[in-house]
Ligand binder design. Sequence first.
Ligand code: NAP
Ligand code: G4F
Length: 330
Amino acid sequence: MPRAVITGITGQDGSYLAEFLLAKGYEVVGVVRRTSHHSYERIEHLVPRVRIEAADLLDQHSLTTVIRDVQPDEVYNLAAQSFVPTSFSQPVLTGEFTALGVTRLLEAVRLACPTARFYQASSSEMFGKVQETPQSEGTPFYPRSPYGVAKLYGHWITVNYRESYNLFAVSGILFNHESPRRGIEFVTRKVTDGVARIKHGLTTTLALGNLEARRDWGFAGDYVDAMWRMLQQPEPVDYVIGTGVTHSVGDLVRVAFERVGLNWRDHVVIDERYYRPAEVDLLLADPSKANRELGWTPATTFEQLVHMMVDADVERLNPKHARPSGALAG
Ligand code: NAP
Ligand code: G4F
């Protein structure tokens, strides 16, 4: 039975990846950090089937201990401070988690289990102020936030450990991917939650920032398959993963409101607090290398994704169903 360690298992991608690997017959070890309350809402249904180990990206010893004790075949580093606005307000902490945390985990692998295959969750935010469109593995990077800068460090330290120590270490440069389990602060989930609240009469308005920004949005459940495929290749190679289609935040808003028969213009207000000090205006993936070499293509369209998320939030907030307010579907 192959054994995988997932950091960030309590997050959106970690929960889908754990389900994916369990279905493939893996033994899954999830790394969680100590918090004052349980953050297991996305993996509650998996807890009997995964082994949970405590470690923190800030703490070298705890990471090395987990890797030494588990002796994994594969390590997926999904843990990070992943919200771009927080990286502007907490840039140093973001650097500790999202940049240096990668080095700490790579050191743990290098010293305690160098045969393990290592996946780093890199990001299309590294393209930032894009130097060409669409963006591929050869596009120069130009990050536009402390988060993007930290991810770029994580990307290059992964390349460096591959080249210096001959580790099987790869970066997946993933474009935005969403789901009903997406954190509520990200724009897709903020919109679908807002639409559901308005539909149920819990509020009347939704405050947003820049509606012009464009993203290449896919479904997280499709993207964890690409992560796994990268670690099954004969050689360690980095890939861009996205849909090859871009939409504006305005498109997202329109499709989400239309799903419940409402006109977004009656409800959306612009609040400049949600504008960023530096914006990423346009992201659009060229995933042709992943299509060709990994045999990976996304199965879910933008409209299907938005409908899935709206439907899940409408169901979650339905006053007729007494679901706990924080419970996540999907
Ligand atoms: P997410 O939902 O924000 O999950 C982040 C995970 O990191 C959570 O499990 C969190 O644990 C954990 N974490 C944070 N700080 C930690 C620390 N100091 N020690 C240990 N664990 C820590 O993120 P996601 O959307 O699943 O994304 C997964 C990864 O892919 C992230 O690295 C993200 O930056 C990257 N990425 C995401 C996207 C996307 O569109 N979703 C695109 C490209 C790259 P708690 O539950 O304790 O907070
Ligand atoms: O949903 P977002 O917060 O995601 P963002 O900044 O693109 O970052 C996400 O994707 C990255 C991959 O490219 C990941 F690496 C990262 O971890 C994260 O998962 O914002 C998307 C866009 C931005 O242009 C933002 O300005 O939506 C715009 N936006 C407009 N109004 C808003 C809002 N974003 C948020 N969060 N909240 C708003 O009210």
